[in-house]
Design a protein around this ligand. Structure first.
Ligand code: PLP
Ligand code: LYS
Length: 460
């Protein structure tokens, strides 16, 4: 039987649900501020986010509904800007990107990472300054690179020898000299789910430090005068809570900077240390402290460079999940409640793996609660499932809801701001839900929900 794996290490993996500590009805009403959006409050069992009662949100916008606490997200952007003052913070748009998020980034003075031409188009469509954009991807097309060069993105992070040649060719053709970084595979073992670990050699991203591919990439880029090699990049994976891996990667990347100076006499002025910092999804999860992380990384890079007589490079970090994840919740309406005698109760909601595939994909864990009324009923062991034709269509695998849960009740899943809407699909022709931003007692749609017309568009 496969083991249920949580990206952050599943502390309940070996524990059967009935072996876990007993819960009281009051436990089900608790809103842990480390997991729910910063402005969440709970009165008489009803959840309010950004000053808006979730029942009102469901009435006005329907369910399923992604709700984003604007103050939470903006405050996290500011926390990063403060912690990494003097460095660059580039939000990783893959976590969740839409025009409104780009406006918030611009307001808060952050940069942006894009991983495709589509993400680039979203940013450019609202006039985000291209020089604050970094272009990523392990297989950027000629069209994507051409657009990036034409608009003048700040950096292109190259990921393969082919890409170096392709970019060199295009830069020459277009008469451009892009700033380039090399994505270095540092060999760090990231403690996270296999699918989102990216620093070991046997995966598709980057050029390996161990095999010498990174050093060869340096030689190839330096041989092309139309490319300006400005730095090195590392991203070791995602949802990582143990900060040791980031520090090892920073040390190895900085050592390569020193080696490049020794071999080529070239001092690269920039280091991009990627993102990947974890957030709390369930009780007991611990998220790294951003300020401590920033101080630790700066200290390592400064020490290695100073010891080697190198100027300290400008640092960039690329957080995604930690900026938008905790401020998002998904609201669902309960449709059916099915008790499977002696096992558990299956609570089916009106969305599922099409709006949150993370449980099916990574065995992710979530916190969820009844949020539309007070209940003093006993906790019942539940599994929150979607409406798709897959038995793996699970949102929350094992948790407790009050035993009087009934169709029409609203259930919210916490910490869904990252990698839920951005990974959403139309499986079974379900329309993707709207995203509403809430702040100061008001809600506004920032991404429209899809309609049946949207689903039929493009069908011949
Ligand atoms: C290159 C790069 N930078 C940044 C990120 C952002 O990661 P996270 O959302 O885990 O902070 C990712 C995704 O893991 C990535 O691939
Ligand atoms: N999609 C992953 C994160 C991938 C990060 C992309 N580099 C998740 O939901 O955890």
């Amino acid at each position: 039987m496969s083991r249920f794996v949580h990206p952050a290490g599943d502390r309940h993996a070996e524990m059967l649900p009935h072996e876990r500590p007993p819960l009281a009805p009051a436990d089900l009403n608790r809103i842990n501020p480390a997991i729910w959006p910063r402005t969440s409050t709970r009165t008489d069992g009803t959840l309010t986010v950004g000053g808006v009662d979730v029942r009102e949100l469901a009435r006005e916008h329907g369910t399923p509904l992604y709700v984003l606490d604007e103050d939470d997200v903006r405050s996290r952007m500011r926390d990063y800007a403060t912690a990494f003052a003097g460095s660059e913070v580039h939000y990783a748009g893959k976590a969740f990107l839409c025009r409104e998020i780009v406006r918030w980034l611009d307001d808060e003075g952050l940069g942006l990472d894009v991983a495709s031409g589509g993400e680039l188009a979203v940013a450019l469509s609202v006039g985000f300054p291209p020089e604050r954009i970094t272009m990523h991807g392990n297989n950027k097309s000629v069209a994507e690179l051409t657009r990036a060069l034409e608009v003048g993105v700040g950096h292109v992070v190259v990921d393969s020898y082919e890409e170096i040649a392709r970019l060199g060719h295009l830069a020459q053709e277009l008469g451009k000299r892009p700033k380039v970084m090399i994505r270095v595979t540092t060999g760090v073992e990231a403690h996270t789910h296999e699918f989102i670990a990216t620093a070991h050699d046997d995966q598709k991203f980057g050029l390996s430090l161990n095999t010498g591919a990174a050093a060869e990439a340096v030689r190839r880029i330096l041989a092309l005068p139309q490319l300006e090699l400005v730095g090195l990049h590392s991203h070791i994976g995602s949802q990582i809570v143990d900060t040791a891996g980031f520090e090892v990667a920073a040390r190895r990347l900085t050592a390569l900077l020193v080696q490049i100076k020794e071999e080529h006499g070239v001092v690269l002025p920039e280091l991009d240390l990627g993102g990947g910092y974890g957030i709390a999804y369930v009780e007991g999860d611990e998220a790294p402290d951003i300020k401590e992380l920033a101080d630790g990384l700066r200290e390592i890079v400064t020490k290695v460079c100073t010891d080697a007589g190198l100027p300290v490079p400008r640092l960039t970090v690329e957080p995604g999940r930690t900026i938008v994840g905790p401020g998002g919740i998904t609201l669902y309406s309960v449709g059916t409640v099915k008790d499977v005698e002696g096992l558990r109760t299956y609570v089916s909601i009106d969305g599922g793996m099409s709006d949150n595939v993370r449980t099916a994909l990574y065995g992710a864990e979530y916190t969820a609660a009844l949020v539309s009324r007070e209940s003093t009923a006993e906790p019942m062991l539940s599994r929150l499932v979607g409406k798709h034709c897959e038995s793996g269509d699970i949102i929350v695998r094992d948790f407790h809801l009050p035993a009087d849960l009934a169709p029409g009740d609203l259930v919210a899943v916490a910490a869904t701001g990252a990698y839920c809407r951005s990974l959403a699909s139309n499986y079974n022709y379900l329309p993707r839900p709207a995203v509403v931003a809430v702040s100061g007692g008001k809600s506004r749609v920032i991404v429209q929900g899809e309609t049946e017309d949207d689903l039929l568009r493009g069908q011949l």
